[in-house]
Write a protein that binds this ligand. Sequence first.
Ligand SMILES: [Zn+2]
Ligand SMILES: [Zn+2]
Length: 158
Amino acid sequence: MITPSNSSPCPCGSKQNFGLCCEPYLREGKVAADPTTLMRSRYSAFCLGDVAYLKQTWHPETCPDDLGADEPSNWVSLEIIDSDVEGDEGEVEFRACLIFDNKLETLHETSYFDLIDGRWFYHSGEFENEGEKPKPIAKNAPCPCGSGKVFSQCHFQR
Ligand SMILES: [Zn+2]
Ligand SMILES: [Zn+2]
């Protein structure tokens, strides 16, 4: 598990420091006040391979038993597109990208959240772009992670 310091940029891409953004949720038991905040912190947990936090924030009815360290961790960007809360139910539409096999895969999903005893839980999600093919990334293109480096000098794997 990668452990960013609290002054490194938060994996969720908020441009805030980890210590001021998702770390308090992942490490200090802070409770996410809304589905979007939970979504961001869970994305950070996916980036860091923090399975314990993912389990803790997953609805007990839908949490997979075999959730493990083999979850893909090469996530490079998160974009929240839309969110809505009605009573004890919420939804968040987002686009998250990961690099696998030197190709860019985009997950465009609407996630559903339930509020139980004052805590939001991820319940399930619906893919909005099922069947979309991973896109090859040119070696000299800017890396999709937004580092400003070219792909061959950043997330490219030989
Ligand atoms: Zn964050
Ligand atoms: Zn990169």
